[in-house]
Ligand binder design. Structure first.
Ligand code: AOF
Ligand code: ZN
Length: 411
């Protein structure tokens, strides 16, 4: 009976289930048995991580958290974070468990909050419900929580444990972690290139270098980030829409990331495709727009921000800070070559996602993925850590993280 309800719960958000991979193959299956769990802590935390992934993409700026309440080896409640301003994961699980929460063990992917934010503290609710034990995969880096949640639970006589699957929990909320601790969004450089490193031919044709599978996945990525960013050249040459499509029920979603165009001289035409799409657009310029363009942008509801750096271009670090202030926790940079080059030169990239397609384009004049100044010596190159390789059709996605270094030292 309960399992049935659980299956329902997981299926309730078909929009997400369609593209969220289970944490481990076989962790949940179709048919009568929704979830295979033995009630031990590893399986329960793994299940909680899967639930957290279901919330990714619509909780921002709140982290995506999953929670599982287990009593006598049986799951009595599950939940994941609802959109910002609505219930946290623990509250969802407690509501489902009702009186069965008394004496239960909670497995949660982030330390329960102990402060009044948009919602009341989860610690209070857990104590009042009589939960006996709390396992959190990681401490909440929010300075308002940061260990105080676990301490409060412990003071109330609850057994606490931190750290099961911490790396995986941190990966799910990597954007939130950076934003809440620095005020800057987590920046991912995404590009699709041929085997010889080109992102277009010498005549700027780029449709399509990557496989359909890879391009579909990009829509999923767009869905999970708060903003998508491109340079004005990409708008002028490719005229992209920059929306998350091909996902959700019937392949549509109303949830769209903010579109940001970096456009130092204000060359984005008012007729650009990205203005015709649902969702908001921001243009970052380094000099005031002429009157007509400014009025046109205002009519289109576009936010124009002027952030001039010493070199007369848009100050990218200030732009990221301005986005962070608008509660943008993650930015997916989709090119082109000069914007990515400037971001790498300023050391503002946190993660790289490079799709490599088995094509050779050739041509001295054909653009490569990352322009800018680049480094002088190979020993100074940006080397990714925690590298992962995945396949999308015949394409390969190589992703990895860049270690945090002092920012913009060479800009
Ligand atoms: C939890 N469980 O599922 C999440 C937490 O404004 P509020 O009330 O929604 O609080 C936001 C903060 O709560 C957020 O910055 C983070 O510290 C924590 N998120 N905490 O106990 C959850 N999403
Ligand atoms: Zn909470």
């Amino acid at each position: 009976m309960f399992r049935h309800r659980l299956l329902h719960h997981v299926r309730a958000d078909a929009r997400m289930v369609a593209f969220v991979k289970p944490v481990r193959a076989g962790s949940w299956t179709s048919g009568d048995t929704a979830v295979r769990l033995t009630g031990n802590s590893i399986d329960s935390m793994e299940y909680a991580l899967g639930l957290a992934k279901l919330a990714l993409g619509y909780t921002s700026p709140n982290p995506a958290v999953g929670a599982v309440l287990v009593k006598d080896g049986e799951i009595v409640g599950t939940g994941y974070t609802q959109p910002a301003g609505f219930a946290h994961a623990e509250i969802m699980a407690l509501n489902q468990a009702g009186s069965r929460a008394r004496g239960a063990t909670l497995f949660v992917t982030l330390e329960p909050c102990c402060h009044y934010g948009r919602t009341p503290p989860c610690t209070r609710a857990l104590i009042e419900a009589g939960v006996a034990e709390v396992h959190a995969a990681m401490i909440d880096p929010n300075p308002r929580v940061n260990g105080r949640g676990m301490a409060e639970l412990e003071r109330a006589g609850i057994k606490v444990q931190v750290g099961e699957y911490e790396d995986r929990a941190r990966e799910i909320n990597e954007a939130y972690i950076k934003w809440i601790t620095t005020g800057l969004p987590f920046v991912t450089a995404k590009f699709a290139m041929s085997l010889d490193g080109k992102i277009a031919t010498r005549s700027a044709d780029s449709k399509w270098i990557s496989s359909e599978e890879a391009r579909n996945y990009v829509h999923t990525l767009r869905y999970t980030v708060d903003a998508v960013m491109v340079g004005v050249n990409t708008v002028l040459v490719d005229n992209p829409r920059l929306t998350a499509r091909r996902i959700g029920r019937g392949g549509t979603t109303t949830h769209q990331p903010l579109r940001v165009v970096v456009d130092s001289r204000g060359r984005t035409p008012l007729s650009a495709n990205l203005f015709k799409e649902p969702g908001k657009t921001m243009i970052a310029v380094a000099q005031p727009l002429d009157r007509e363009k400014a009025d046109g942008m205002a009519r289109l509801g576009v936010e124009v921000v002027e952030l001039r750096a010493d070199d007369g271009m848009v100050d990218l670090e200030r732009l990221l800070r301005a986005l962070g202030e608008r509660q943008i926790t993650s930015v997916l940079v989709e090119g082109g070559s000069s914007l990515l080059g400037s971001l790498f030169d300023c050391r503002l990239i946190d993660k790289v996602m490079a799709f490599v397609a088995p094509l050779i384009i050739g041509g001295d004049g054909a653009r490569t993925a990352v322009g800018g100044n680049g480094v002088e010596r190979v020993s100074a190159a940006f080397r990714c850590e925690r590298v992962k390789v995945e396949r999308f059709g015949d394409d390969v996605l190589i992703s990895g993280y860049l270690p945090a270094r002092s920012r913009c030292s060479q800009a």
